[in-house]
Design a protein around this ligand. Structure first.
Ligand SMILES: Cc1cc2nc3c(=O)[nH]c(=O)nc-3n(C[C@H](O)[C@H](O)[C@H](O)COP(=O)(O)OP(=O)(O)OC[C@H]3O[C@@H](n4cnc5c(N)ncnc54)[C@H](O)[C@@H]3O)c2cc1C
Ligand code: SF4
Ligand code: SF4
Length: 426
């Protein structure tokens, strides 16, 4: 029997918050997003006297995610991918045609190339997404990029908390339509918010999501920095997690104890191997790691070993008619280079995400048994994937592992958030 989720405070207390920030967009007088050390970016109350309207909870992806029943009747999507990967119209391997974007990008720079196409060729005003804070480079901020220079500066995945939906008012206020780029839960929040706010709906030109196995906390980044000689995070001048090569290196530029500039680097495998232990709880029970609610989803074509020095490639998934049209138009206009197209590129590239999705049914079942918080998911087949895609050992692990986590992650106790110094709000 899971506990009822009655408010945004419940979502946060039960560790179901993804950190998307859409509650702060929908109810800005009540909530403001702020960085916490252990959990990610979270909504803090600005004014207790203002009652929660219920609108934020209605669009919160931490509380619920829903594919409409009508999705299954669509005749434009690939039926063989629907259960495990959501709506897919077509899948390509490709990359940004602009060599600088391709090099800087996390994978093949497809997300940035598509955003640039939207701005330069479809007259969009800009793109709402995420970049490193210049004053505190180990934290992220929501940014609105208006041209190639801005976009290029914000390339590369940041394996750290970010809440791009707290800036949706910038899309609403823009003179023309805008692009949105974010994680799958961010894209889902945008899709729910656009149903609530016609002014936003009208200004959304394109929603891009990237594949996501989970977001590590700020503590993860600070512990990794410390393990590599950065005792004082205030000395960090620049921090990248990926990109500038494929997959690129985790790179920290900082002033060492002697006050001299020093660079520490780690491979993608080593840095993610460390950081993934710090993922927020909601990511362990995420039903959508591949951007099922976006127009276009992008990820890594990991179906083969990447050779040393190989130029970046992206997996590009059209999820709506609008997404399909943009991919084709961006390719025809010379922004995107498309290579192979085949539906099986998706399952072959992301076996890890398939396994995580397969474990979901048992994880949610255990949480209900222990009266921990469980989001409401609808339109995501779960039991079938658990039965068909996990062997007996993985099935057992999905149950025992979750029982353990109920206690180690204190999932039955309301959490207390600690804001990072300098953050405002109650
Ligand atoms: C937390 C996280 C988990 C990931 N897990 C997977 C995975 O399991 N499988 C996989 O294939 N790929 C994963 N990726 C990588 C992602 O798939 C690639 O970045 C994607 O292929 C986009 O590459 P690109 O070259 O097109 O992006 P780019 O052109 O480099 O653009 C990246 C965009 O992502 C935005 N961004 C960066 N960090 C964040 C963030 N934390 N929150 C919101 N927006 C952000 C930037 O603002 C930029 O617009 C993950 C990335 C992140 C940040
Ligand atoms: S998931 Fe998003 S909307 Fe829900 S509480 Fe967290 S930040 Fe707010
Ligand atoms: S794993 Fe899911 S919930 Fe976690 S950040 Fe990624 S998309 Fe959001």
């Amino acid at each position: 029997m899971s506990r009822p989720i009655k408010s945004i405070a419940d979502v946060v207390a039960m560790q179901l918050c993804t950190g998307c920030g859409v509650c702060a967009y929908v109810e800005p007088k009540r909530f403001r997003m702020a960085d916490t050390m252990d959990h990610g970016r979270r909504p803090f109350l600005l004014d207790k006297a203002i009652m929660e309207s219920g609108e934020a909870l209605a669009v919160c992806p931490g509380a619920q995610l829903e594919h409409p029943a009508s999705m299954r009747a669509r005749d434009d999507i690939l039926p063989e991918l629907l259960d495990a990967w959501g709506p897919v119209l077509a899948v390509w391997e490709g990359y940004a045609a602009d060599p600088e974007i391709r090099f800087s990008g996390s994978s093949g720079g497809a997300a940035t190339a598509l955003a640039l196409y939207g701005i330069e060729r479809e007259g969009m005003a800009g793109a709402l997404h995420v970049g490193a804070r210049h004053d505190v480079p180990y934290l992220n901020e929501t940014v609105y990029s208006k041209d190639r220079t801005d976009l290029l500066d914000r390339t590369g995945s940041r394996y750290a908390p970010a809440s791009p939906c707290d800036g949706l008012d910038r899309i609403e206020a823009a003179k023309e339509k805008s692009v949105f780029i974010g994680k799958p839960c961010d894209a889902a929040a945008v899709m729910s918010a656009r149903k609530l706010r016609p002014e936003l709906d009208e200004k959304l030109g394109l929603v891009i999501a990237f594949f996501c196995a989970g977001v590590p906390s700020t503590k993860g980044t600070l512990d990794l920095l410390r393990a590599h000689g950065v005792d004082d995070p205030a000395t960090v001048k620049e921090l990248r997690y990926r990109g500038k090569g494929w997959p690129g290196m985790w790179t920290a530029e900082f002033l060492n104890r002697e006050g001299k500039q020093e660079i520490q680097q780690l491979s993608y495998a080593d840095s993610w191997g460390f950081l993934q232990q710090y993922r927020q709880w909601r990511c362990y029970i995420c039903p959508d790691h591949t951007g099922e609610f976006a127009d276009i989803a992008v990820g890594d074509p990991w179906y083969r070993k990447v050779q040393d020095g190989e130029l970046g490639k992206s997996l590009i998934v059209a999820r709506t008619r609008r997404g399909l049209d943009v991919i084709r138009a961006a390719s025809a206009a010379g922004y995107l280079t498309l290579e192979d197209s085949s539906p099986d590129l998706l399952p072959r590239s992301q076996p890890g995400l398939m396994e995580t999705r397969g474990a979901l049914w048992a994880r949610l079942w255990v949480l209900r048994m222990f009266a921990a918080g469980v989001p409401r998911y609808s339109g995501f087949p779960m039991f079938k994937l658990w039965i068909e895609n996990l062997d007996s050992t993985a099935k057992l692990k999905s149950i025992i592992g979750t029982v353990k986590r109920v206690f180690t992650k204190r999932l039955r106790i309301a959490i207390i958030l600690k804001k990072l110094p300098g953050e405002q709000g109650e």
